[in-house]
Structure formats: structure tokens, C-alpha cells
Design a protein around this ligand. Structure first.
Ligand code: 5AD
Length: 364
């Protein structure tokens, strides 16, 4: 997939704060989205299947470091019920997400994937953390279609600071880029992404993240603001911000820039307007993401009694919404944007050969 923008240009736009100039960026991203992936907004139903986690990521509210979290695992029947609910609402995909929970055995996951594939026409996306290549292969054989694993930041030093190795868990260095390659080789569509505004993240590093999306030829890219969680080391301010002018702010505006630039870097990728973005601007965050490059929404189907326990960051937009109510308003909101709800599984389109982009897309 050919990027329509260079890393240098990305950096220039990330530093651009003139709202009038930014209108150009929004328009360019929206135009490229329309040309390359069309008007469809694909809906992926999200089931947060377990909030157990072995990792100690410094930003995440459900990390192993947080003793205050009551832990749960959904049953296979509960996951299947989410899948059937997704079908009822016309969604094309079930996303099974969890903390890195070795209590979710390879067998259990394989059985649930096979069951969802047998009982529904859905694509299945897994987002279960860094697991063994054999496990990825097993789940792929059971029918899983896609795997999401954000690399969070491409700066190795910052990555290491916010992802400390587990005490007493030998042999678990984190190597997400390599795992993404393994997943691709197994035939998964692969997704990754980053948080915007992590303390210590500079503009050059975020520009490099976005350029890397294109190098990795990602099929799916999720981007959201870093949101401090008070029960985490980062949320307690244990990591210093860079001086003003160097630190990427975790603002709504910066996230829209990152989403729009991601569309320019990866014209055919599926890009969600994320829940974290909606958390920053509840009224319109999702819409603005969709108008500035995104083409996917991931409605939450986790049963209400578990939702508040999957608090990776505070004030998740979905805490107060039932799946049914959200679904009803979503249809109207998407239509109001002049867009339509995607049909089918909504996998990645490869349209480059058929529809070459005009050269004026390279103008900035
Ligand atoms: N703020 C924003 N996003 C977060 N995530 C985890 N913790 C936070 C936080 N405090 C994101 C990570 C992870 C995804 C599932 O949620 O990017 O990959």
C-alpha cells in the first residue's frame, strides 16, 4: 500500500495548529477515505472477554499492578451471546478482546472461535495480547480472521519504560512488531496502533509511528488519546512530560490529526473512530473521527455487569450505554453524515491497482 505522504510531511502536520490549514488536512483525509474505502462504516461488535492481565503496562487500568480491579472471565456461552447480538444488529465482525490472560487457554479460545464461526457469518478478530506463535496458529486454524495488537509507540526506550518486564515471569520480553509479522505470515489480517500523548512521546516519535503503519502495511489501525488512569503509575504522574513544544499533547485535536494522517499514510486500511476518542468529546468525537479519515466503529457488546470492570482508562464512553441503545442511535448518526453502514465482514480492500489516485493527492 503506497503512502500518499512522507514522514517529514506528517511531522509538519502534527505541529500545525492553524485550524484553517487543518481544514485542508481533514478534507484530504476524507477525500482519500471516500476514494479508497468508500462510504461504508463497518461495525465491529466488541466483547471484552476477560479483564485478567499478566502485564504491568504503566498506563493501563486493568494491568496486573492494580489490585483494586475485580476480575472476571466471560463464559463461552456469554461470548456466543455477544456474537448473536452482533448478527442481530447487522454487524460483520466480533472482536474478542482481553487483558493478557493465560487463564484463557489456547483450547478455550479455539473452541469459542470455532463456535462463533460455525453459528454465525461473522469475521472474528482477536485482541488477546502477546501469546505464543503456536497459539496464534491454533486460533487461525479454528477460524480466526484478524488479530489486533497495538505497538503503542515505536520509540524503544519509551516502550520499555511504559511496559516493564514482569517480575518473576521469565522469557517475556515484549516484541510486538515481530509478533505482528508472525500473525501476518499465518494469514491473519493484522491491526496495530498507538496512543497519542503518552508522557514522554515527542512529535518525531509519533510521526515515525504513523510512517511505520505504512511500512508494516497494516490492515487495521486504531488510534486514541492516552487517558490518565489514577490507579496507574503513569496516571499518578510518575513519568515526566517532555518540555512544552516537544511533548505531544493528548488532546482531541492531536488525535484527529493522527487519524487523518494515518489515512494518508495507509489509504486502504480500516481505521476505527475509537471509543477513547469518543471519551474525550462525547457529543461528537466519533463523528469527527469518521469525517477525518476513519471508516470503522466498534460498538461495545460486553454484558453490562462486566463493562465497568474493563476500565483500561476512566470514563470510557460506553459505560452508560446499553448495546441496544447505542446501536439505535448509531444508525441515525451514520446516516446523518451521509454515510452508510457497511455490509458483509468488512475486511481490508485492496483497490490500489484498480483505482490509482490522482497526483494532486500528493500536494500538501
Ligand atoms: N488511555 C488510553 N488508551 C489506553 N489503552 C490502555 N490503557 C489506556 C489509557 N490509559 C489502550 C492501549 C491498548 C488498547 C486496548 O487500549 O492502546 O492497546
Amino acid at each position: 500500500m503506497t503512502a500518499t505522504i512522507t514522514e517529514q510531511e506528517i511531522l509538519g502536520w502534527l505541529r500545525e495548529d492553524n485550524l484553517q490549514r487543518l481544514e485542508e488536512l481533514w478534507a484530504r483525509a476524507d477525500r482519500l477515505r471516500a476514494e479508497r474505502v468508500g462510504p461504508a462504516v463497518h461495525l465491529r461488535g466488541l466483547a471484552e472477554v476477560s479483564n485478567h492481565c499478566a502485564r504491568k503496562c504503566g498506563y493501563c487500568g486493568i494491568s496486573a499492578c492494580n489490585p483494586a480491579v475485580a476480575r472476571y472471565r466471560m463464559s463461552a456461552d456469554e461470548v456466543a451471546a455477544c456474537a448473536h447480538e452482533a448478527v442481530r444488529y447487522g454487524y460483520g465482525t466480533l472482536v474478542m478482546q482481553s487483558g493478557e490472560d493465560y487463564g484463557l487457554t489456547a483450547d478455550w479460545v479455539a473452541e469459542v472461535v470455532a463456535r462463533v464461526k460455525a453459528e454465525t457469518p461473522l469475521a472474528v478478530t482477536l485482541s488477546l495480547g502477546e501469546r505464543k506463535p503456536e497459539e496464534f496458529a491454533r486460533w487461525r486454524a479454528a477460524g480466526a480472521d484478524r488479530y489486533l495488537m497495538r505497538f503503542e509507540t515505536s520509540d524503544p526506550e519509551l516502550y520499555a519504560i511504559i511496559h516493564p518486564r514482569l517480575d518473576g515471569t521469565p522469557g517475556l520480553p515484549s516484541d510486538r512488531l515481530n509478533l505482528l509479522k508472525e500473525l501476518r505470515a499465518l494469514g491473519y489480517e493484522i491491526g496495530s496502533g498507538v496512543m497519542v500523548g503518552i508522557p514522554g512521546q515527542c512529535y518525531e516519535s509519533l510521526a515515525h509511528d504513523l510512517a511505520l503503519f505504512s511500512t508494516l502495511d497494516l490492515d487495521m489501525i486504531g488510534i486514541g488519546p492516552y487517558i490518565p488512569h489514577p490507579e496507574t503509575p503513569l496516571g499518578r504522574g510518575e513519568l515526566a512530560l517532555l518540555p512544552e513544544g516537544e511533548q505531544v499533547p493528548n488532546t482531541e485535536l492531536m488525535c484527529y490529526k493522527a487519524v487523518a494522517l494515518t489515512r494518508l499514510a495507509c489509504p486502504e486500511a480500516n481505521i476505527p473512530s475509537t471509543t477513547a476518542l469518543a471519551a474525550l468529546y462525547r457529543e461528537q468525537g466519533r463523528e469527527l473521527g469518521l469525517m477525518r479519515g476513519a471508516n470503522v466503529v466498534m460498538p461495545n457488546l460486553t454484558p453490562p455487569r462486566y463493562r465497568a470492570l474493563y476500565e483500561i482508562y476512566p470514563h470510557k464512553a460506553c459505560f452508560h450505554e446499553t448495546a441496544e441503545a447505542f446501536n439505535a442511535t448509531l444508525q441515525v448518526r451514520i446516516a446523518a453524515l451521509g454515510r452508510e453502514i457497511g455490509t458483509g465482514q468488512g475486511g481490508r480492500r485492496h483497490v490500489e491497482a484498480e483505482e490509482p489516485i490522482s497526483t494532486n493527492m500528493f500536494d500538501t
